[in-house]
Design a protein around this ligand. Structure first.
Ligand SMILES: *[C@@H]1O[C@H](CO)[C@@H](O)[C@H](O)[C@H]1NC(C)=O
Length: 472
């Protein structure tokens, strides 16, 4: 009972504090595997630059006291044949490198019996080198992810040396003293260089487009709203995913509902775009007055059965013949509240409540209002990925009209439905589609291309599965 109350309490607390994510981005093991090659290239570069300090010392051997020095050590080859990146739940990722080898070249010098000097070069091969390092993933305080190395261990398997010049007892000197010193110098060097290579990823992560301008009306925010969620199969970032009026971040009267992505792993990346995110766009555009359009006859294709003039309406509103004979018309279509987007499995529908004001254009150019209609329209949306954007295309399902006000007496408004359906299909819908085709930026990092992207409509969100390719 006590546990139960605690759980309920925890739930309440977490429900009231954090903002739910509007967009989620999940990286799978496949995505991690793709990223690994870039991290390995960076590590390769860093390790090749390892500088081993010259070493010198004095040792007492059978032949007496020997002074030695090892100088000019350089890495001539580095092999990293086997590496893996895996998830560490709640922490980040683990990098492991196995069976690596390093070939070094350097010079040796010895002095013994006070006056005998000898020198030459040597080749050294370090093999079965393994490295294991934990990289923590967290938020950087500006809404972007950041990585840092939290642990590193390197171990050298075997060291083989080939002396050029010199006597065989030099091997003993090497085996007993120099070998050990080199091992520990290498292990230290590797673990002191790795954090840099990990930190090199941060400028790249900083390129997350936390705020992207969409157009003159809207910008899209993608900052992280919660710490990354990391399991042993994926890492998931919860992003705000909200449209705002440019420069003015006012919250809409609705908020994101929690949602979770299905466990799919055939793509490198999955993104969930909630109905909330799309609805926030509707809110911004409606508020900005962007969802209104004047329709004139020249926008209607010449092969349309209807012209936008009072003659077209005569059959349905006979009074027009008397009051406004032979005039061209103009319509103003505008939303009266933000459109409502609903996502059900394989079905994304947008419901728009709008108002249509019909005017007759007098020969002087003056507009005389004829009537005002309430128009409820529903469209089906098809969403697709285009470049780094989410784009769409809508088709008109059905409209429902009712008369709000008439300046030309009463008439049967439903008889006009087919005219308005046709007019909307050839004017408003193509304009909406032209905008939707421009697309809306998806969250992205660095220069990437999305490949094999597919969009699925699920309950309350869109699921995008995609592979990525870095292009620069
Ligand atoms: C799609 O969803 C809308 C709104 O939820 C619903 O009215 C419509 O019937 C659905 N269409 C199909 C084909 O299921």
């Amino acid at each position: 009972m006590f546990l139960w109350s605690v759980l309920v309490f925890v739930n309440l607390v977490s429900g009231t504090t954090g903002t739910n994510a509007g967009v989620k981005v999940r990286v799978t093991q496949k995505g991690l595997d793709y990223g690994r090659q870039f991290e390995m290239a960076s590590i390769q570069q860093k390790l090749r630059a390892i500088q081993l300090k010259d070493m010198s010392g004095t040792e007492r051997l059978l032949i007496g006291k020997v002074e030695y020095s090892i100088t000019g050590m350089q890495i001539v080859n580095l092999g990293l044949p086997k590496s893996a990146l895996g998830f560490v739940p709640d922490v980040g990722v683990m990098l492991s490198v196995a069976n690596a080898d390093i070939a070094l070249r350097g010079n040796w010098k010895v002095k013994y019996f006070r006056f005998i000097k000898d020198s030459g070069s040597f080749d050294l091969t370090v093999s079965e080198l393994s490295i294991s390092s934990t990289i923590a993933v967290s938020g950087d305080g500006t809404g972007r992810p950041t990585v840092s190395m939290t642990s590193c261990a390197a171990s050298v398997g075997s060291v083989k040396v080939k002396f050029h010049g010199g006597a065989s007892w030099l091997y003993n000197l090497f085996d007993s003293f120099i070998n050990k010193a080199l091992r520990s110098a290498l292990q230290k060097q590797i673990c002191s260089l790795l954090p840099n290579s990990v930190a090199d990823m941060n400028p790249f992560l900083k390129t997350l487009n936390v705020l992207s301008k969409v157009d003159q009306y809207a910008e899209l925010e993608y900052s992280m709203v919660e710490p990354p969620v990391i399991s042993n199969t994926m890492i998931e970032l919860g992003l705000k995913g909200e449209f705002y009026k440019v420069g003015q971040h006012e919250e809409p009267p609705f908020s994101p509902r929690p949602f979770s992505l299905p466990s799919q792993d055939t793509n490198m990346l999955y993104m969930g775009v909630s109905a909330f995110s799309i609805n926030s766009a509707g809110f911004v555009y409606h508020r900005a007055g962007a969802l209104r359009l004047y329709i004139t006859d020249d926008m209607i294709p010449s092969d349309s059965p209807y012209r936008l003039n009072t003659k077209t309406f005569e059959a349905f509103i006979p009074q027009i013949v008397k009051t406004h004979p032979g005039l061209m018309m103009k319509l103003l279509v505008e939303t009266v509240k933000e459109p409502l987007i609903t996502c059900e499995a394989n079905n994304m529908t947008v419901q728009a409540s709008s108002m249509v004001t019909a005017y007759a254009i007098q020969s002087s150019g003056t507009l005389s209002p004829l009537f005002v209609l309430n128009l409820e329209g529903s469209v089906s949306a098809n969403i697709y990925v285009s470049g780094l954007k989410l784009a769409g295309h809508v088709t008109l399902n059905k409209i429902q009209t009712s008369l709000a006000k008439s300046y030309v007496g009463s008439f049967q408004v439903t008889s006009l439905d087919s005219i308005f359906t046709t007019v909307l299909k050839v004017t408003v819908i193509p304009k909406v589609n032209a905008h939707l085709q421009e697309g809306y930026p998806l969250p992205a990092i660095g220069k990437i291309q999305l490949q094999k992207s597919q969009v699925q409509v699920l309950k309350d969100y869109l699921l995008i599965g995609t592979d990525v390719q870095f292009t620069g």
